[in-house]
Design a protein around this ligand. Structure first.
Ligand SMILES: [Zn+2]
Ligand SMILES: [Zn+2]
Length: 343
């Protein structure tokens, strides 16, 4: 090799050294299921699926990967006293982990850091922290639709748990109309959202006394569909589904302020409706009172989804998605048409 050729190769080395290698994630870049739809996967389901993909138990992935990120510098000092439940800040790893707790945020940030994904925050209700009232909104144990599990298995689709099943008010599957189930049909045990041996679609119970596990498949076709789901439950189900669907599209910095303005506008139109026809007091009176209290002395508190926002939308003949996403002038035009006012 001539001296000139050698020089040319050395000349290229800096370029080779600076080739950009995309960052590698510590855990799989696993895509969540159904983001941007009413059937968005829950964060506890995602965590369980991630453990399954890595062929480890949920306990192993939490204690070995998630806990060091959540605890940071305190990891070595605190780890010996920690277990799966205490990592998530309560005695029983409540399914409210899919809600809007600070521990939900810790888990989500840890998972986003480890997988390098930016969309895991939509797998819980973190978007609504400080905007929607959390109390009583979420289940203490899992609920599931056996027909969904059965159908996904038959169709070869991944088994997962949609976030919508975590809500207390959702008692029926929106797809199959059957009641959601809360206990294993084999051992009668309720199911924790996060358990040591969680496996999606199967009972997670392991009895220390018996030294055995149930592991019953939780899917089934043998359920009666109740076709007469009440209007109120259907509206609540749709409202919650829309809340989950729109979360990835929002700029949450302004959501609360804008929601309050829109509710003030709706209050104005409801009052006009009553002034024009006093008989309307029967229809609008109750919810109008709640609106006044919310916008008055409770204006700094989170809003009640089930008892306020969803009924307000029903009376204003708008969807929850419209209330949240439409700008105020669009909403004013819609209300003018829907409430027949301003002629
Ligand atoms: Zn179903
Ligand atoms: Zn069981």
């Amino acid at each position: 090799m001539s001296a000139q050729n050698t020089f040319q190769i050395y000349d290229r080395i800096p370029q080779l050294l600076y080739l950009e290698i995309p960052p590698r994630s510590r855990l799989y870049f696993l895509e969540p299921i159904g983001t941007g739809t009413p059937f968005t996967e829950s964060i506890s389901s995602y965590l369980t699926r991630l453990a399954q993909e890595h062929c480890v138990t949920l306990q192993n992935i939490v204690m070995g990967e998630i806990a060091p990120v959540i605890l940071g510098d305190k990891y070595k000092q605190e780890m010996p006293s920690k277990n799966l439940s205490s990592i998530f800040g309560n005695s029983d790893s409540k399914p409210a982990i899919n809600g809007m707790r600070d521990k939900t945020k810790s888990l989500t940030l840890a998972l986003e850091q480890l997988t390098l994904r930016q969309d895991l925050r939509y797998l819980s209700c973190l978007t609504w922290q400080g905007i929607i009232k959390e109390k009583s909104l979420f289940r203490q144990q899992k609920a599931w639709c056996p027909k969904c599990f059965e159908q996904w298995q038959r169709e070869g689709k991944p088994i997962y748990e949609p976030l919508i099943w975590s809500f207390n008010e959702i008692n029926h599957c929106p797809t199959h109309n059957c009641r959601l189930v809360e206990k294993c049909s084999n051992c009668d045990s309720p199911q924790k959202a996060i358990a040591k041996y969680s496996r999606l679609g199967y009972c997670s119970l392991r009895s220390k006394k018996l030294g055995s596990s149930c592991q019953q498949w939780l899917g089934s076709h043998n359920l009666d569909s109740e076709n007469k789901i009440g209007d109120e439950e259907r509206q609540i189900t749709e409202g919650i589904g829309e809340l989950i669907t729109v979360a990835p599209t929002l700029d949450t910095r302004n959501t609360r302020k804008e929601l309050i303005k829109k509710l003030q506008l709706i209050q104005f139109w409801f009052e006009r409706e009553i002034r024009q026809d006093f008989k309307m007091l029967v229809i609008f009176g109750g919810i109008l009172e709640k609106l006044k209290i919310t916008l008055g002395r409770n204006s700094d508190k989170p809003l009640d989804l089930v008892n306020l926002l969803i009924p307000v939308c029903k009376l204003a003949k708008i969807t929850v998605a419209q209330l949240i996403q439409d700008d105020i002038s669009t909403l004013a035009k819609i209300l003018r048409i829907n409430l027949r006012i301003g002629d």
